[in-house]
Ligand binder design. Structure first.
Ligand SMILES: Nc1ncnc2c1ncn2[C@@H]1O[C@H](COP(=O)(O)OP(=O)(O)OP(=O)(O)O)[C@@H](O)[C@H]1O
Length: 298
């Protein structure tokens, strides 16, 4: 059998390439057959997945190597019935954390060789603006604005070069926390007039290990909605300390509900993040989300 590796060397604020090299050395030294397909620019995941699907035989194994964004973009095109394996090389790696996949590429690969199939659920989404599958979460408002600000930050390239890329998100978060206004959103039949944080998540983690929905699991078909209204800045900091201690859901300012599907309508254009990738949803656009089963080898 041959392992077909789709890898993003740019993941993990450029650290992904070190992990990929470590894995390749291991595969060569142990005479494991593999074919490597590396992305060289954003957005190549779709074509590379199609190329791999055309070349591989039924006994071969596809292995996606990258951060949450790479995996998410691959999920958009990989057929639902096609099992896949995943090795995390990102900066956040929330999906790997949710399923207990090792952050060490060789350990993760050795586990893949055991061929344990695990069924889990992803979030499907569809609107006039957006369509695809998310492995972690869809955030409208606060986290969408943070990801948008970080990706358009002029200092991002420089900070990545000096391997301090995580600071881009911290700077972006601080800027957005003070500036972002509340927005109106209707979800199923419930109306929020002053939403600030509005995140739909399939498992507990977001933002690189923050347990936003401690009871969520991608082994069931439920999506967790976490919402917080725009509140004065001093209160935001007290909520953040509760979030850091994972006791936030006891606070009535955190709205938490679950369902296996939601319909969302926005009263303004809002930034959106999907598994750490930046998008925009326009006013009046209806976003429908639901869950779908996938199979991972881990
Ligand atoms: N060679 C490349 N150069 C630049 N960008 C790339 C390249 N290959 C893929 N990308 C883009 O990188 C983004 C995905 O990055 P990814 O999420 O995997 O890493 P990360 O942000 O470090 O990880 P995480 O989301 O876990 O924090 C996608 O937008 C993808 O199209």
């Amino acid at each position: 059998m041959t392992y077909y590796l789709l890898a993003n060397p740019n993941s993990g604020n450029l650290r992904g390439s070190d992990k990929i090299l470590k894995l390749i050395n291991y595969l060569e030294n142990t005479a494991i057959q593999f074919k490597l397909f590396e992305t060289s620019a954003p957005g190549q995941e779709r074509n590379l997945i199609s190329k791999i699907l055309n070349k591989m035989n039924p006994q071969d194994q596809i292995v996606i190597i990258g951060g949450d964004g790479t995996l998410s973009l691959c999920m958009d095109v990989l057929p639902a019935k096609h099992p896949f394996a995943y090795i995390p090389t990102g900066s956040g790696n929330d999906f790997a954390r949710s399923l207990g996949i090792s952050m060490d590429p060789i350990k993760a690969f050795k586990s893949i060789q055991l061929k344990n199939e695990v069924e889990f659920f992803v979030i499907g989404y569809d609107s006039t603006d957006l369509k695809g599958f998310a492995v972690n979460n869809i955030g409208i408002g606060l986290d969408g604005a943070i990801i948008n600000a970080a990706n358009s930050s002029k200092s991002k390239t420089l900070l990545n070069k000096i391997r301090l890329g995580q600071l881009t998100y911290l700077f972006a978060a601080l800027g957005v926390l003070f500036k972002k206004k509340g927005f109106s959103v209707r979800i199923n039949e419930k109306e929020f007039d002053n939403a600030f944080l509005f995140t739909l998540t399939k498992h507990p983690y977001f933002g690189g290990g923050v347990k936003i929905a401690p009871n969520a699991s991608n082994l069931n078909d439920l999506i967790n909605l976490i919402e917080v209204d725009r509140i004065p800045q001093v209160q935001i900091f007290s909520l953040l300390t509760k979030l850091a201690r994972s006791v936030h859901l006891k606070d009535p300012r955190f709205h938490n509900s679950t369902s296996n599907q939601f319909s969302i309508t926005l009263a303004s254009d809002e930034p959106v993040q999907i598994d750490g990738e930046a998008y925009q949803i326009s006013t009046g656009s209806k976003l429908h989300v639901w869950t779908e089963k996938r199979t991972i080898i881990k």
